[in-house]
Ligand binder design. Structure first.
Ligand code: ADP
Length: 242
């Protein structure tokens, strides 16, 4: 059975059709990359999966059950964890408190022992009493991961987890994600611009362009797809790249 099935999901904001009949599925423990030019609908898709945005059409089925009517916290309790591109930490609270809060809302006990376990998993235990606002970007991303893991997810949604990091931090976060995957077997969907890093953790990518899936398969195949070159590589390289 698939862990996640997305069936014909469409979404418009005003007259702007942001997602058009998007369908794909994910197996238990699988890692999937979602890439595409800016504005192609990637974040909207993650928001629909986590329940922050409601689709106009189509359905999201998680562990065999439609979750369309469930709010974000209910989906989190079912095992959908997520991180945000712009980290959403409580900067005035300690690192430990930042993990205790989602533990509490995740339906479990706000158990400091469990929070410390999660901090240890992401390599932040020594920083547990520091204010979250004093952490570096790479450390904030680790803390976001600990928060997302607090719901014991079966599916982890990661929004541009490598963005803004230097090569050393990218390597460290990559190793951490691999470790989390082998420890917990959690499935992951990574929305990502840093393709070099993404391709080291997944063998399957979906390319979105203007709200449509234009490619699904191994990373190598992307470079051979006319549509991808036009929509994705075309934009980035033809215009001088970024
Ligand atoms: P990506 O993550 O691929 O850059 P997004 O999903 O952020 O793409 O955005 C896709 C399109 O949807 C963009 O044109 C964006 O302006 C629009 N959009 C996203 N969220 C909203 C919103 N809440 N209200 C109106 N338009 C939105």
């Amino acid at each position: 059975m698939s862990l996640l099935v997305v069936e014909g999901v469409s979404k418009s904001f005003g007259g702007n059709r942001v997602l058009k009949e998007v369908s794909f599925s994910l197996k238990e423990g699988e890692i999937l990359g979602i890439v595409g030019p800016n504005g192609s609908g990637k974040t909207t898709l993650l928001n629909i999966l986590s329940g922050i945005v409601k689709q106009d059409k189509g359905s999201v089925i998680f562990m065999g059950k439609p979750v369309d009517r469930l709010r974000p916290y209910a989906r989190a309790r079912m095992g959908i964890g997520r991180t945000f591109q712009i980290t959403r930490l409580f900067t005035n609270l300690s690192v430990l408190e930042n993990v205790l809060i989602p533990l509490h809302y995740g339906g479990g006990d706000a158990d400091p022992g469990r929070a410390e376990e999660l901090l240890s998993m992401v390599g932040l235990l020594e920083m547990k009493d520091r204010k979250a606002g004093s952490l570096s970007l790479a450390q904030r991303k680790r803390l976001e991961l600990a928060r997302a893991l607090s719901v014991n997810p079966r599916l982890l949604l990661l929004d541009e987890v490598f963005a803004g990091l230097n090569p050393v931090s990218i390597r460290e976060i990559l190793d951490l994600l691999k470790e989390i995957h082998s420890l917990t077997g959690v499935a992951m969907i990574l929305v990502e611009h840093v393709l070099k890093a993404l391709f080291q953790i997944t063998r399957r990518v979906i390319v979105l362009s203007e709200g449509r899936i234009i490619y699904e398969g191994e990373p190598e195949g992307m470079a051979r797809s006319e549509e991808v070159i036009k929509a994705y590589l075309g934009e980035r390289y033809a215009s001088g790249g970024k």
